[in-house]
Every structure is written in structure tokens, then in C-alpha cells.
Design a protein around this ligand. Structure first.
Ligand code: NAP
Length: 312
């Protein structure tokens, strides 16, 4: 008998029918609430909260296969208490997200968006020695708040740009240090010395709001802040103020606290590059993410261990 499962409707074009063998799929559009029923698995988008209430409505649930590496949209404690497996999609999105972090670093350092807007506005009057001057990355310091898969991939990409690399993490990364000369430091030193600060920690109670008015004050004047991790790591109003006063050089953001809403003051702030949560958005990566999520459902419903459990 086919297992009834809920899968985010937006993933349907990315999934081959063969991957769904043995599953009786109800496609769940993003705007609809999680229904009640005897579903054995759910593959939610990262925008769907799956917590105690949802778990109560899904008494037969065996697996929540999140289609993302972050899992802050899932109450993992409630799931564990119910014996429901929680899986994510690590590794396959590392390169795509690290590439996007670099797109933001370069766009901020070299004022790519301002340049495009100037050309499109028709106000460009020609080459000028002081037009939209940016900063040179060679010899500058890249600070990585978090050096897991994506943080390290961002750091490795900094080598050919001639940057010095500092990072914070609870556990040292000896291979990373050996390979590219990255140095593990305390957070305050990371904030003080980084010309570019890139965020790569998960959203958990200890990291929420880590970039607030106080940490922004500690940052180097003119520094660039890049966030491709999660929006709630940053206090958006404090960031907007640091941009308004000119304390911060620029901010390149892919994620926001209340997506898709963005704090109006941040939206109006100068020197920002704002993307609509595109970190993993390549065709190849999104297909692989969907494939891993469905493969996790298949494994657990067959009685096998999940392929990529959130907690091993
Ligand atoms: P990862 O490999 O698990 O790395 C997470 C890093 O954060 C590690 O350095 C880890 O090192 C540190 N960390 C973990 N828990 C922490 C805590 N409680 N306090 C402080 N540091 C902690 O994850 P990843 O694959 O690199 O992904 C990182 C994050 O990027 C995800 O959680 C997700 O939110 C975000 N992401 C966003 C997009 C996007 O579309 N923009 C795409 C993919 C991922 P220690 O344990 O040694 O501290």
C-alpha cells in the first residue's frame, strides 16, 4: 500500500515521478495551512513552520524531510519527543550558497548595483576618475562567523582574492587552517578586524540577534556585512542605522527576519544589495535538494535510517 505523504507543491517540477514510487502524494501549496491527516511524511519548504500543533494534527508522522540545510522552521525537540525523524539537505547547496555570498561581497565592494542603476537611469555622464569608487579586496580581512560547510567554502574562495581569513566557531577547523591559513579568533576580534564579515551560523537561540547595535559599533568603520545564513541573526533596524550614519560601508543580504517582509528602514537604507533568499537557487542544486528530501522520506518509510538526519 502506498504511504500517504505531504510534499510542498512548489517542488513538484523538480521531482522525477520515479522518485515518488510507493508514495501517495498530496501536494501542499505554500499558502495553505498544514492539514490534519494520517500522513507518514512531510517535505516542507523552509517557510513552513512544523511544530507542536502540526505534529498533533499528523499523528502518524514518521519523518519531516526539510528541503533546506537550515531547520529553524522545525521544532526538532517536539519532533524528537514524538519519535519523528527530522532531515535536511546538507552539502549539495554548499557551493551555490558560497558562490552567492561572493556575489554579494563583490557587489558591495565594487558597487555593482549602484552602477547598474546609474546606467539604467540615463544619468551616467561618462568615465570619471572618482565615479563609484569601491574597495580593493587584496590584503583585506574576511571574517567568517561560523566555519561549517558554507563558511569554509566562502573562505576557500577568498584565497585567490588575496584576503586574510579569520573565523569563529566553537570547534577549531585544523584542516581549514592548514589549507588556507585561516585563523580562529574570538568574536570581538572578528568584529574589530574584519573588512568583510560574512555570517554562516545557523539560527538558534545563541545566535539570534548576534549582529546588533553593539556588535555593529565594534565593527571596523566602512566594513561590509554579508548575510546568506538566516535573517534573524541581524537586528535589521540597528543595521539600517549603521548604514544611514555611514558607520558601515555596505550590507549584502540574502535573508531577512520576517521574509518576505523587510524592515522599511533597511529597505530605504543606502549601500545595500538585497536579494530574495537565492542562496541555493541554481537549477542543479534545487533538484538535488528535492531529491535528497524525497530519498529521506523513502528511506524512513521503508524502515531504514534517514540519509541526512539533522542530529546524527
Ligand atoms: P554547518 O556546516 O552546520 O555550519 C554551521 C556553523 O555554525 C559551524 O561553524 C558551527 O561550528 C557553527 N554553529 C553551529 N551551531 C552553533 C551555535 N549554536 N552557536 C554558534 N555557532 C554554531 O551549516 P552550513 O551547511 O554551513 O549552513 C549554515 C547556515 O546557512 C544554515 O544553518 C542555513 O541557515 C544557512 N543557509 C542559507 C542558505 C540561503 O539560501 N541563503 C542556503 C544554505 C544554508 P561549531 O559547531 O564549531 O560552532
Amino acid at each position: 500500500m502506498a504511504h500517504p505523504v505531504l510534499i510542498a507543491a512548489e517542488l513538484q517540477p523538480l521531482i522525477e515521478p520515479g522518485q515518488l514510487a510507493g508514495l501517495d502524494v498530496t501536494w501542499l501549496p505554500a499558502g495553505e495551512p498544514t492539514p490534519q491527516g494520517d500522513y507518514a511524511g512531510i517535505v516542507p519548504l523552509l517557510s513552513r513552520w512544523v511544530g507542536g500543533t502540526e505534529l498533533k494534527r499528523l499523528p502518524k508522522l514518521k519523518i519531516i524531510a526539510n528541503c533546506a540545510v537550515g531547520h529553524d522552521n522545525v521544532d526538532v525537540v517536539a519532533a524528537e519527543m514524538r519519535g519523528v525523524a527530522v532531515t535536511n539537505t546538507p552539502d549539495v547547496l554548499t557551493d551555490a550558497t558560497a558562490d552567492l555570498a561572493w556575489a554579494l561581497i563583490l557587489a558591495c565592494a565594487r558597487r555593482v548595483v549602484e552602477g547598474t542603476l546609474l546606467v539604467k537611469s540615463g544619468a551616467w555622464t561618462g568615465w570619471h576618475p572618482e565615479l563609484l569608487l569601491g574597495i580593493e579586496l587584496r590584503g583585506r580581512t574576511l571574517g567568517l562567523l561560523g566555519a561549517g560547510r558554507i563558511g569554509q567554502a566562502v573562505g576557500r574562495r577568498a584565497v585567490p582574492f588575496g584576503m586574510r581569513i579569520l573565523y569563529t566557531a566553537r570547534n577549531p577547523r585544523p584542516e581549514f587552517e592548514r589549507d588556507i591559513g585561516a585563523v580562529k579568533v574570538e568574536r570581538t576580534r572578528l568584529f574589530r578586524e574584519s573588512d568583510v564579515l560574512s555570517l554562516h551560523v545557523p539560527s538558534v537561540p545563541e545566535t539570534k540577534g548576534v549582529i546588533d547595535a553593539e556588535t555593529l559599533r565594534q565593527m571596523k568603520p566602512g566594513a561590509i556585512l554579508v548575510n546568506t545564513a538566516r535573517g534573524d541573526l541581524v537586528r535589521e533596524e540597528a543595521l539600517a542605522m549603521a548604514l544611514e550614519t555611514g558607520r558601515l560601508g555596505a550590507a549584502g543580504l540574502d535573508v531577512y527576519t520576517e521574509e518576505p517582509a523587510i524592515h522599511p528602514r533597511l529597505l530605504a537604507a543606502p549601500r545595500t544589495v538585497l536579494l530574495p533568499h537565492l542562496g541555493s537557487a541554481t537549477r542543479e542544486t534545487r533538484r538535488q535538494m528535492a531529491a535528497i528530501a524525497v530519498a529521506n522520506v523513502q528511506a524512513v518509510l521503508k524502515g531504514d535510517p534517514p540519509l541526512t538526519p539533522v542530529f546524527g
